[in-house]
Write a protein that binds this ligand. Structure first.
Ligand SMILES: Cc1cc2nc3c(=O)[nH]c(=O)nc-3n(C[C@H](O)[C@H](O)[C@H](O)COP(=O)(O)OP(=O)(O)OC[C@H]3O[C@@H](n4cnc5c(N)ncnc54)[C@H](O)[C@@H]3O)c2cc1C
Length: 468
């Protein structure tokens, strides 16, 4: 702990996983942090609710243990007995093709035998090491990139559903360099995906990082919100909930004044730096006095809606063997939803032993029009399609939904420029920092991972000030 940091105050806007993890790291470094959150509880997208004996994660269902910081947080927050790893079955993932679920192959033998890809598509993959780089550089969509390297069918039946599962996005719109930087780097650095995957595995080992493909999947007995709740508990009265930030100003003595509303009353907080982790569509107006172009840049970041549907059935009415993570649906299959997570297969305590719980995702960039649809009719259609795929012959014992009007930021083509803008904004406005799932990855693991460099950047800012 540096003596100089001890009296420095930092206001953190938003108590999602990005804000709370960074607050935790900064507090450990000796900074005096205050996190301000408009909702009545911390967690942001991480919402877990118990209803009628079932546990429904309304946002993320699991998290991949990609960096040591995740395990460190679990230990330091005393969550070892709360944390649960996914069951072995969680490694098996299905893709829908011609109304049949096909397991995604995980071995060469499985790949050769699968009916998910045609023989022609399998042969096409063999060409990958000989495909050259694109002249478009970073300005390529993930669809262009994958079609060129792996062929159309692999794009349609592997990448299209995968992109829907991670971003609720469409491969034609997402930038490969921003949304899948590691994939893009394999081509840039090593000239191809197969050779790159082999060589980069060695480098990752040196950094003690685990690839998303081999990272262990985890959650908590009482759902994903356990982690933000534990972080907030650790931070104690340094987290203010039910408090909506309405303005951020800079005073003549270079302090930041954050004004927020609690119970209809205005309060202000004065600090030496501000870290915003609230989504771009909320922060654009608050920071426009610092840079007039922020609104134009931030309002271009697309956030499609997602309807999360939760269904619980008695096990005996389900014809499909329950032995996997769930399934994803390629756009070509023309269904009303993106896929389903078999929640109680992955984490057994999501239901009792007689029932199976499922979480379905609807909408995203594939169908942003759901925002205008009658939600009950939409849910009924999704349920009917799901029951047909899963060979379900009875009624659910419980069902509920959570609608996210703006679910996940899309790192669309051209996002590399948007990312450069974040750096420029911070350089032009010393003392204001930007983070959140629109920068450096959308997964919970990415948000946790990014908290470390963000905290270090803030610490360096104060170290540099001291040197001046
Ligand atoms: C439906 C869904 C499913 C997902 N599934 C997965 C998954 O399975 N695995 C995975 O790894 N990731 C998943 N994600 C992504 C992941 O959950 C999010 O990207 C991540 O939790 C975002 O964290 P964050 O802190 O950056 O942002 P947020 O969680 O959005 O936090 C921002 C906070 O800022 C607050 N705020 C906004 N405006 C103000 C204001 N004016 N004043 C005060 N506070 C304000 C908000 O209330 C919010 O709490 C999913 C996301 C969604 C929506």
């Amino acid at each position: 702990m540096c003596l100089f940091t001890m009296n420095k105050k930092i206001t953190i806007l938003g108590a999602g996983i990005s804000g709370l993890t960074t607050a935790y790291l900064l507090q450990k470094k000796g900074f005096d942090v205050t996190v301000i959150e408009k909702n009545n509880q911390p967690g942001g997208a991480m919402e877990s609710v118990h209803e009628q004996g079932f546990l429904f994660d309304r946002g993320p269902n699991s998290l991949l243990e990609t960096v040591p910081l995740i395990g460190q947080l679990v230990t330091e927050l005393g969550l070892e007995s709360e944390m649960i790893y996914a069951n072995e079955e969680g490694n098996k993932r299905y893709i829908l093709r011609n109304n049949q679920l096909h397991a995604l192959p995980t071995s060469l033998k499985g790949f050769l035998q699968t009916k998910l890809f045609s023989v022609a598509a399998k042969f096409r993959l063999l060409k990958e090491p000989f495909v050259g780089r694109s002249n478009d550089g970073y300005y390529q969509s993930i669809a262009d990139f994958v079609k060129r390297r792996l062929g159309q069918e692999f794009l349609d039946y592997a990448i299209n559903p995968f992109v829907a599962g991670v971003y609720a996005g469409r491969p034609e719109k997402l930038s490969v360099a921003s949304a899948f930087p590691k994939l893009y780097a394999l081509e840039e650095k090593y000239g191809g995906l197969m050779i790159g995957a082999f060589k980069s595995a060695k480098e990752r080992k040196k950094r003690a990082e685990v690839s998303k493909q081999s990272a262990k999947m985890l959650s908590f007995r009482n759902g994903m919100q356990t982690l933000p709740l534990a972080l907030a508990k650790y931070l104690g009265n340094h987290v203010l909930t039910d408090s909506e930030i309405i303005s951020v100003e800079k005073s003549s003595d270079d302090k930041f004044i954050v004004t927020y509303m609690t119970d209809g009353k205005k309060y202000t907080l004065v600090s030496d730096a501000v870290l915003s982790t609230i989504p771009p569509y909320g922060i654009n107006k608050l920071l426009s006095k610092f840079d007039a172009s922020i609104d134009a840049v931030f309002s271009k970041i697309e956030y499609p809606p997602v309807l999360v549907c939760y269904l619980v059935y008695p096990k005996e009415v389900i014809g499909q063997p329950l032995d996997g993570f769930g399934f994803l649906i390629p756009e070509k299959e023309k269904k009303s939803f993106l896929g389903a997570v078999w929640s109680s297969v992955i984490f057994t305590n999501r239901s009792d032993t007689q029932h199976a719980a499922f979480t379905l995702f609807v909408g995203g960039m594939r169908n942003p029009e759901i925002i205008k649809e009658d939600r009950e009719k939409l849910f009924a259609r999704v349920q009917e399609e799901f029951e047909s795929i899963m060979k379900i012959s009875g009624k659910p014992v419980f069902k509920t939904t959570r609608f996210w009007a703006k679910a996940i930021p899309q790192y669309n083509l051209g996002y590399v420029e948007t990312e450069k803008y974040f750096d420029t904004f911070e350089a032009n406005n010393p003392g204001i920092f930007l983070s959140g799932n629109y920068r450096g990855g959308v997964s919970v693991g990415d948000c946790i991972k990014n908290a470390e460099p963000t905290a270090e950047k803030i610490e360096k800012y104060f170290d540099d000030l001291m040197m001046q």
